[in-house]
Unconditional design. Structure first.
Lengths: 369, 548
C-alpha cells in the first residue's frame, strides 16, 4: 500500500500537505472569503462632491446618447443608471431598501404610486427650484409628495382605434367610454389586464374616475357582456389582438398610449390609428432625492438637470411621453399627430394608494371570473 | 483494504470540498436572501394565514400542481421516443437535430407567448382549435419549453448504456415493446425521474408564459407572489405563499428521491458503440419523434416567418436593424452588443454551474455507510434542487435586502447576473451528471484503489473519465439555460450591459412595427446562436472511454 499522496514518482499535490482536516477547513474558508471579497466594490467616500451619482429608474428610462454626459460636463459628476422594474416595482424596491438606499436620485415614480413612496419615507424633501407656475398643474398635493417629487414627464393612456378598419367596415368610430359598451362595438375591444399591466391599471382608473363608486363595476360588467378581451400585458394586446398596421390581430379598439399613433404613421404620411382623447388617464412621472443619500446637494442638481430643457427636449423621442417643462420644444410632427387630452381623468394619488388593492380585486372578480 | 481506502484523509478533503463549495455558494446566494425576505414578511403585522384561506390562493395552488404534473408526464412520454432517436440511432444530421431540440428551451417566454397566441387566437392559423386563453394552451407551451430537458437528460444517460442486455432479450424472443418496458425503462429510471422532477420544478415556477397564454384567468403561485410583491408590496402574504411553494417543491423532491431510490450499476460503453443505424422496429419512436418535431417547429417557423416580414414586404430589414438601437432609440446598446454580453455572461455562468455541480455530484454519488450520512446526502441533494422551485421574485428581492453590506455589497455588481443564472443551471448539471456517476460500478473504484491509485487519481481515471460526455451535455444545457434566463437576469442586469432576452423584452414592449419585428428577429438570432454553440459542444470529441 503506497502512501496516500500517490507514489513517490508523482509530485505530492499541494493540498496533501495540509495534514489535518481542520487546516483544510481553514483553507476553504479563506478561499471563499478571498473570492467573495474580490467581488465587492470599494465603498464610496463620504463628502459633498461625489464623482458619481446613482440614478434609480424604471425599466423604460432612456435618453439619447450624450444627454447625461452633459450633466457630467456641467458638474464633473458621472451618472450611473440603475433600472429597477416597472413603476410599482421601483417604489417597492425603494421601500424595501430604505436602510441602505439603492442610489441617490429616483426617476419614474408616477402618480399612482407616489403616495406609497412618500408615506414610507423613502424620499428626502427636495423639489426643483426651476419649476415655474406653468407647471403647477403637475405638482402633487402638499401632503402627497408636493415637497418631495418634481414632475418630469407625462403621458396619457387612451383607447386607440384602427381608422382603416372602421372605414372599411363602414362603422362609426367610438368616442367615449360609454360607447365601448354599445352592442355595435361587440367583440371589438382588447385591453391589457389591470392586475398585470400598468396601462391596464391606468385604464381601470379612468373608468373609476368616469363613473362613480359603483358605476364603474356596472360599466365593466357591461364591457364583459360586450365581449371585451383581456390580455395579460400591453404587448400582447397591442401586437397580437389589435388590428393596427404593425399588429396581427382583428380587434380594432385597444387600450394603449396617446403617443402610440405617431409610431404607426406610414411613409406616405397616412395616419392609420388614432387615440380617443375623451378616454384618457394621465400618468405623470416624477423624480426625487432618495432619503439617506450621502450627497443630497449633488442629488438635487441631478433632479434640476432632469427638469432642464436639455433632458426635457430629448424626452419625447426617447421615452414616448411629453415633457412637463413649459419651455421644452416638441419634435417636428408631434404637435399634429401626438395629441394631448384636454381634460383627462384624474384621481388623487392618496385615493389611488388607499384603494388600489380593493379596486384591483373587485375588478378581477368582474373582469376575470 | 477498501475500508482503509475510504478513511483516507484525501477522501475527507474531497468530501469537504465537494460539499463545502456548493453549500457555501447556495447559502450566500440563495438561502440567506430567501430567508431574509420571507422573514421580513412573516414578522410583520397583520393576519398571517389569511392569504391561504382566500379561494383564489387555493385555486392557484391547485392549478400550479396540475399544470406542472401534467406537463411533466407529457414531456416524458413524448421526450423518450425523441431521446431514443437522437441518442441511440445513428444517422446523418443527428448532431444538428440534437442542437435544434434545445431551441424552445432558450427562447424568451414573452416572444414564445406572443408566437403561440398569434397561432392560437381567434382568426389565427390554429384558431379553429379554440385554445386561446385555455388551460391546454398553457400546457402546450410548457411542454414546448421543457421537452428538451427530458431529451437531453435522458439521452445523455441512454447514449452510454450498453445495449447488449436489450439485444440478448431480443434474441431470446422478446418484442421491442417488451424489451423497452422491462429492460430499458428500468435502466433509465434514474434519469427519467430526474428529468421529470426538473420539468416539474420549471413548470411550477413558470411565470411569463402562464401570464401571456393563460390571460388573466389562470395563474400559478409564482404569478401570485409576483403580483403581491411587486404590485401590492404585501410581503406577508407573499412570504406565506413562498413557504407554500417551498413545501410543494420539497414534497415533490422527496417523492422523486424515494422513487429514484438507488439505481443499479449499469454497464456503460462509449457512445460510438451504443448507437446503431435505424431499423424497422424503430418505426414507432421515429414516427412520434417526427410528429413532435413538426409540432415543436410550428411556433419557431412562424417566428422566423414573422422576422422576415417588414413594412415593405418580405426581407432582412429586421435583421439589418439589429445593428442599431431600434425605432427612436428604444435601446441603450445595439442588439449585437447585447448578444455579446449574453454570451460572456452565459459562459461565466456555465463554468460556475459545471464546477460546482460536478463537485456536488461527485459527493452525492458516494454511498456513506452510516444511515445518518446517507440522510445528510439526501438533504444535500434536495437543497441543490431548491433554486429551481423558488420564485425568482423572492430570490431577487432577497438579494436587494441582504447583499447590501461590504464585503458583499453586490446589488449593483455585474457578478450577480452569472451567479443567478448559475443557480438556475446548477440543478440541471447535477441531474444530468449524477445518474451516470451513480451508475458506475463501485467495484471499478475499489479495483483502482486496491491497485494503488490515490483518491484523486481514482476520481480522475474512473469518475471523471466516464462522466466527461454527460458533463459536456450538461454544460451545453447549462449554457442554453443561462442564455435564455430572463426572470432573475432582468432583475439584476445593469441597463448599460443588458443581455439579449432583456433587450428583446424591451423591444416587444414598445409601439412601432420596427421594434416588434426587431424583437422577433433578435429572438431568432438567440435561437440560432444557441444551436450553434450546442452543435459545437456536441462536436468536441471526448476520447472514448472504452468498454468496462
Amino acid at each position: 500500500m503506497p502512501a496516500q499522496g500517490g507514489n513517490l514518482l508523482q509530485p505530492v499535490p499541494l493540498y496533501e500537505r495540509a495534514r489535518t482536516v481542520q487546516k483544510k477547513y481553514a483553507v476553504i474558508a479563506a478561499l471563499a472569503v478571498i473570492t467573495l471579497a474580490g467581488c465587492s466594490s470599494p465603498a464610496p467616500e463620504a463628502g459633498s462632491d461625489p464623482s458619481k451619482l446613482v440614478l434609480v429608474t424604471h425599466d423604460s428610462f432612456a435618453l439619447s446618447d450624450g444627454t447625461l454626459a452633459e450633466f457630467t460636463k456641467q458638474t464633473g459628476i458621472e451618472v450611473e443608471i440603475q433600472a429597477a422594474g416597472d413603476a410599482g416595482e421601483l417604489v417597492n424596491k425603494l421601500v424595501l431598501t430604505k436602510d441602505s438606499p439603492l442610489g441617490d436620485v429616483v426617476f419614474g415614480i408616477d402618480n399612482t404610486f407616489a403616495s406609497r413612496a412618500v408615506n414610507e419615507g423613502v424620499l428626502a424633501d427636495y423639489v426643483s427650484g426651476d419649476l415655474t407656475s406653468a407647471e403647477d398643474g403637475y405638482l402633487l398635493p402638499a401632503d402627497q409628495g408636493g415637497e418631495q417629487l418634481t414632475p418630469i414627464d407625462n403621458g396619457d393612456v387612451c383607447v386607440n382605434v384602427d381608422h382603416e378598419w372602421f372605414t372599411e367596415n363602414g362603422i362609426a368610430e367610438p368616442v367615449t367610454l360609454e360607447d365601448l359598451a354599445e352592442p355595435r362595438y361587440k367583440d371589438l375591444l382588447v385591453v391589457p389586464a389591470a392586475t398585470s399591466s400598468s396601462p391596464g391599471l391606468a385604464f381601470l382608473l379612468a373608468t373609476i374616475a368616469a363613473f362613480d363608486d359603483d358605476g364603474w363595476k356596472d360599466y365593466w360588467a357591461a364591457l364583459v357582456d360586450n365581449g371585451v378581451k383581456i390580455d395579460a400585458g400591453w404587448s400582447d394586446a397591442y401586437y397580437v389582438d389589435f388590428s393596427g398596421p404593425s399588429s396581427e390581430g382583428d380587434r380594432p379598439i385597444v387600450v394603449s398610449y396617446a403617443s402610440s399613433p405617431p409610431f404607426e404613421v406610414q411613409e406616405d404620411g397616412t395616419v392609420p390609428t388614432g387615440a380617443l382623447l375623451d378616454t384618457c388617464f394621465r400618468q405623470t412621472e416624477y423624480a426625487g432625492v432618495i432619503n439617506g443619500t450621502k450627497y443630497p446637494e449633488a442629488a438635487g442638481k441631478l433632479v434640476d438637470f432632469l427638469f432642464s430643457t436639455t433632458v426635457q427636449n430629448d424626452i419625447p423621442e426617447s421615452m414616448y411621453v411629453f415633457p412637463v417643462n413649459a419651455a421644452a420644444t416638441l419634435p417636428e410632427g408631434w404637435a399634429e399627430i401626438a395629441k394631448i387630452a384636454e381634460d383627462p381623468y384624474v384621481i388623487s394619488p392618496a385615493e389611488i394608494d388607499a384603494n388600489r388593492e380593493t379596486w384591483l380585486s373587485e375588478w378581477a372578480a368582474i373582469a376575470t371570473p | 483494504m477498501i475500508a482503509l481506502a475510504r478513511r483516507r484523509p484525501g477522501t475527507v478533503f474531497w468530501m469537504v470540498l465537494g460539499v463545502g463549495v456548493p453549500l457555501v455558494f447556495l447559502a450566500i446566494f440563495f438561502v440567506w436572501p430567501v430567508l431574509a425576505i420571507v422573514g421580513r414578511g412573516l414578522f410583520g403585522e397583520g393576519p398571517l394565514l389569511e392569504v391561504l384561506a382566500r379561494p383564489r390562493t387555493l385555486r392557484l395552488v391547485g392549478l400550479t400542481l396540475a399544470q406542472a404534473a401534467i406537463a411533466s408526464v407529457v414531456c416524458v412520454l413524448v421526450g423518450l421516443p425523441i431521446a431514443h432517436v437522437l441518442y441511440r440511432l445513428r444517422f446523418r444530421g443527428r448532431g444538428l437535430l440534437r442542437a435544434l431540440v434545445v431551441v424552445p428551451f432558450v427562447l424568451p417566454t414573452v416572444v414564445v407567448g406572443v408566437a403561440f397566441r398569434t397561432l392560437l387566437r381567434e382568426g389565427g392559423p390554429l384558431g379553429f382549435l379554440g385554445l386561446d386563453g385555455t388551460f391546454p394552451a398553457i400546457l402546450l407551451a410548457l411542454v414546448f419549453f421543457n421537452i428538451s430537458v427530458v431529451v437531453r437528460t435522458v439521452g445523455g444517460t441512454w447514449e452510454g448504456l450498453d445495449s447488449r442486455q436489450e439485444e440478448a432479450a431480443r434474441v431470446l424472443g422478446a418484442g421491442p415493446a417488451r424489451v423497452f418496458l422491462t429492460i430499458t425503462v428500468p435502466r433509465l429510471s434514474g434519469s427519467i425521474i430526474a428529468a421529470a422532477s426538473i420539468v416539474f420544478l420549471f413548470c411550477s415556477t413558470a411565470f411569463g408564459v402562464v401570464l401571456v397564454l393563460g390571460g388573466t384567468r389562470f395563474g400559478t403561485i409564482e404569478t401570485e407572489i409576483w403580483l403581491l410583491t411587486t404590485q401590492f408590496l404585501d410581503l406577508r402574504a407573499a412570504s406565506v405563499l413562498s413557504i407554500t411553494q417551498l413545501i410543494v417543491v420539497f414534497g415533490m423532491l422527496l417523492l422523486a428521491a424515494r422513487a429514484r431510490g438507488r439505481s443499479t450499476a449499469q454497464r456503460r460503453v462509449g457512445a460510438l458503440r451504443s448507437s446503431r443505424p435505424p431499423r424497422v422496429s424503430d418505426a414507432l419512436p421515429i414516427a412520434v419523434a417526427v410528429v413532435t418535431a413538426l409540432l415543436l417547429a410550428l411556433p419557431i417557423v412562424s417566428l422566423v416567418a414573422r422576422s422576415l416580414q417588414t413594412r415593405d414586404g418580405w426581407g432582412f430589414g429586421n435583421y439589418l436593424a439589429l445593428s442599431g438601437t431600434g425605432s427612436r432609440n428604444a435601446l441603450v446598446v445595439p442588439v449585437w452588443t447585447a448578444l455579446g454580453n449574453s454570451l460572456a455572461v452565459a459562459a461565466q455562468a456555465t463554468v460556475l454551474a459545471v464546477v460546482i455541480g460536478l463537485c456536488a455530484s461527485l459527493v452525492l454519488s458516494r454511498t456513506p455507510r452510516s444511515a445518518r450520512g446517507r440522510r445528510a446526502l439526501e438533504w444535500f441533494d434536495g437543497a441543490l434542487m431548491l433554486p429551481l422551485g423558488v420564485s425568482a421574485v423572492t430570490v431577487g428581492f432577497g438579494f436587494l435586502i441582504t447583499l447590501n453590506q461590504p464585503p458583499l455589497d453586490l446589488r449593483s455588481s455585474p457578478v450577480l447576473v452569472p451567479i443567478a443564472q448559475a443557480l438556475v443551471a446548477l440543478p440541471l448539471v447535477v441531474r444530468t451528471v449524477l445518474p451516470v456517476l451513480r451508475g458506475i460500478d463501485p467495484r471499478l473504484r475499489e479495483a483502482a484503489a486496491v491497485l494503488g491509485s490515490a483518491p484523486w487519481r481514482v476520481m480522475r481515471d474512473v469518475d471523471l473519465a466516464i462522466v466527461a460526455r454527460p458533463v459536456l451535455a450538461a454544460s451545453g444545457l447549462a449554457f442554453a439555460v443561462a442564455l435564455g434566463e430572463f426572470g432573475a437576469t432582468s432583475f439584476l442586469s445593469r441597463p448599460d450591459r443588458p443581455t439579449l432576452p432583456v433587450v428583446i423584452f424591451r423591444l416587444i414592449g414598445l409601439p412601432g412595427g420596427d421594434n416588434f419585428g426587431m424583437a422577433i428577429a433578435a429572438a431568432v438570432v438567440l435561437a440560432a446562436v444557441t444551436v450553434l454553440v450546442i452543435a459545437l459542444v456536441e462536436r468536441l470529441r471526448v476520447g472514448t472511454i472504452g468498454a468496462f
